[in-house]
Design a protein around this ligand. Structure first.
Ligand SMILES: [Zn+2]
Length: 283
């Protein structure tokens, strides 16, 4: 919130979208994410409510101490919470083509996935992104965010890379939506090839740092190799990033145990803590 850049990009995106000048959003909504506002079935919400209040107390207590002694003064970190809450209700806007970072074009953005109970990926990435932002700022870092709220549309994948141009590194937060409920665990994605030798080296190092930090409380998805790191040429956010950048797919939203973790505030705090440790490890 402290720089004009942080507010300008999402604002411009929203403004231009409203003017019909550009679209900032993506695909036809998937069945799980077609509702513009997150709907958690009453049963699920009730079953979590008592646990959540206890978890809130725990997370509040640990918030101030979990990264005590970490000093990130002078560092700038870019956080990209994947997708956006308004994407699902703006299919035409998020379907428009934008630069893919490889000389071609790609769809602006997508809706993301959801848990079987209807908790959308965008709510998860927003919650974790905000927690990570607070933890980084508590440690003295400057933070730039790719979006300012969770009810807008976009930004598009090109902006989800370039917004980080003045940062030391960029972390894009997502969760995966494999069809199988048996799929479990996090994986980390880097661009292949990187946008420069320096960015590629930094991204590879960041991927290892994130994998190591995430593997402490969470399960690496071995389908993506021993360290759960994959390399992809087709992801617009990474391809448009000039700085070291990774996507962290924090887990599988259709896996029952991981879904429960992602839906709870205490679980979201664990993901944010792990990402924070990954950032610190990278420096
Ligand atoms: Zn995603």
């Amino acid at each position: 919130m402290s720089t004009s850049r942080r507010t300008l990009i999402p604002f411009l995106c929203t403004f231009l979208t409203l003017q019909g000048l550009v679209g900032c959003g993506s695909n036809p909504p998937s069945p799980e994410s077609s509702s513009p506002s997150p709907v958690v079935p009453e049963g699920a919400s009730e079953s979590q409510s008592s646990g959540q209040s206890a978890e809130k107390e725990t997370s509040t207590k640990t918030e101030k101490t979990s990264h005590a002694g970490v000093d990130l003064s002078g560092r700038t970190i870019a956080i990209d919470p994947g997708h956006n809450g308004g994407n699902a209700s703006h299919p035409d806007e998020i379907a428009r083509q934008v630069p893919d970072g490889r000389g071609g074009t790609k769809q602006c953005n997508t809706t993301g996935t959801a848990t079987d109970s209807g908790f959308p990926e965008t709510d998860f990435t927003w919650a974790v992104g905000q927690m990570l932002e607070a933890e980084l700022e508590d440690a003295g870092a400057e933070v730039v965010m790719s979006r300012e709220d969770n009810d807008g549309v976009g930004p598009c994948v090109d902006e989800r890379g370039t917004f980080a141009d003045d940062a030391d590194l960029m972390v894009s937060i997502h969760a995966n939506g494999s069809e199988s409920t048996q799929s479990k665990g996090f994986h980390v994605i880097v661009a292949d090839p990187g946008t420069s030798d320096e960015a590629e080296d930094g991204s590879n190092r960041l991927a290892k740092a994130m994998s190591k930090a995430m593997a402490d409380p969470f399960t690496p998805n071995r389908a993506y190799g021993k360290n759960a790191i994959s390399r992809r040429p087709d992801l617009g956010g990474l391809n448009n990033a000039s700085v070291p950048a990774v996507i962290v797919e924090c887990g599988e939203m259709r896996n029952p145990s991981e879904a429960t973790m992602m839906e709870s505030e205490a679980g979201q705090r664990k993901y944010a803590d792990a990402l924070m440790r990954g950032v610190v490890e990278w420096y």
